[in-house]
Ligand binder design. Structure first.
Ligand code: S3P
Ligand code: PEP
Length: 413
């Protein structure tokens, strides 16, 4: 599907999409609990539904209205083949749970098959897991017992999150030592908080994480709103000189995560503040900024876009962008150049300089955040986005929400 976006001021109020990161964690941990959990505000996004497919093959899962109902405990998968689409989070964290009882084949789309996995498979094998294959599709036979493991942290925090979930599900627990720098560190704290919400007791001390065996308590939880997805609506306001309020966002957690986007947008000259009504973004960006995003990689596309509309930016700490649904060091640069921006990039940075703008053509290429970036910049300069349905990986209501903010959106079916 192609979507055409026409320059138009984005203004009004919109609800934050539910976080797929929280949803996937809640669904997976709930599958370990002996009893029924209800997860409210569960997203209809491709990644969140992939998690329910996997949970349904290892335990029980169904959608009930806007919620997901999950009943554990874990069981043998009976040889089921589960397609995880493009969900890296579901794959990495789900592989740990599949390694408990086994009987599953996990696979995914071409983007997922291309993403790093072997380091995690080797770590799970060292804890007793029997896994055939070093890349997707993999056959998982079970056997994970637990123990102590050392793993590199510069590829994906999901490897560590996976081992934390493995520890809770295993008989012996797991102690993780992170070797070298750890990227996307806040997600480790998200995993710890999600486990704690079910009564587990993980501890995170710097680069040493302990996740003891746990019988999770069946729980009723709501999925909070997602700051990185909400940022595309704020970015549309900044790109078009409008004023957008995003509601249903949680208070920023102590470990911040993607909620740092509120301050980052403010540092780019935009009025960006959290009020009783929600996160309010208004006005146009200005001034050149330098931002380190190793802890919040999903903010790179949207903030690079705001920089292209404003005074430019140098975004660093981005080496792991190479391992996402696309190599975002390349695809973000390509998308911005389509609108006329001058972009330079290296192994771990993007530098954006504004230039005379033009209507841009963006192809999704399997990366939802690239399509959303194209839509956001379309509010400023006009855009045509090919493969626009790919936003459903994380936010199926993106185009409808943009239109509800007054942005001219035409869908060519
Ligand atoms: O744990 C998670 O839910 C996620 C972790 C991040 O990945 P990396 O840890 O691979 O950077 C992030 O990019 C992804 O969208 C979701
Ligand atoms: C990379 C992302 O998610 P995942 O790693 O779960 O596929 C993303 O949402 O940008």
């Amino acid at each position: 599907m192609r979507v055409s976006v026409h320059p138009s001021r984005a203004s009004g109020s919109v609800e934050a999409p539910p976080s797929k990161s929280w949803a996937i964690r809640f669904a997976l941990i709930a599958s370990m609990a002996a009893g029924e959990s209800v997860i409210g505000n569960y997203p209809e996004s491709g990644d969140a539904l992939a998690a329910l497919r996997l949970v349904g093959a290892m335990a029980f899962a169904e959608r009930r209205g806007g919620s997901a109902v999950v009943r554990g405990p874990l069981r043998h998968g009976g040889g089921a083949v589960v397609d995880l689409g493009g969900s890296g989070s579901t794959l990495r964290m789900g592989l740990a749970l599949a390694s408990i009882r086994g009987g599953l084949v996990l696979d995914g789309d071409p983007t997922l098959r291309a993403r790093p996995l072997k380091e995690l498979i080797d770590a799970l094998r060292s804890l007793g897991a029997e896994i055939e294959g070093d890349s997707l599709p993999v056959r998982v036979r079970g056997g994970l017992r637990g123990g102590r493991v050392r793993i590199r942290g510069d590829i994906s925090s999901q490897f560590i999150s996976s081992l934390m979930i493995a520890g809770a599900a295993s008989e012996e627990g797991v102690e993780v030592e992170v070797a070298g720098p750890l990227v996307s560190r806040p997600y480790i704290h998200m995993t710890a908080d999600a486990l704690t919400a079910f009564g587990c007791r993980p501890t995170v001390e710097g680069d040493f994480i302990e996740s003891p065996p746990c019988n999770p308590r069946p729980s009723r939880l709501d999925v909070p709103g997602d700051y990185a997805l909400a940022a595309f609506y704020g970015g549309a306001a900044a790109a078009s000189g409008g004023s957008v309020t995003v509601t249903r966002l949680p208070p920023p957690p102590p470990w911040r995560g993607d909620s740092v986007v509120v301050e980052h947008m403010g540092s780019m000259g935009v009025s960006s503040r959290i009020t009783g009504a929600g996160w309010v973004v208004e006005g146009r960006p200005s001034g050149f900024v330098e931002l380190r995003l190793d802890d919040a990689p999903d903010l790179a596309p949207v903030l690079a876009g705001v920089a292209a509309v404003g005074g430019g930016a140098r975004l660093t700490g981005l080496g792991h962008l190479a391992f996402k649904e696309s190599n975002r060091l390349v695809t973000v640069a390509e998308a911005l150049r389509a609108f006329g921006a001058v972009v330079s990039s290296g192994a771990d940075y993007l530098e954006v300089r504004p230039a005379p703008p033009r209507r841009g053509f963006v192809a999704c290429g399997g990366d939802h955040r690239i399509a959303m970036l194209g839509g956001m910049l379309g509010a400023a300069w006009g855009a045509d986005v090919d493969g626009a349905e790919c936003v459903a990986k994380s936010n199926p209501s993106y185009w409808r929400d943009l239109a509800s903010l007054g942005v001219g959106v035409w869908m060519h079916r």
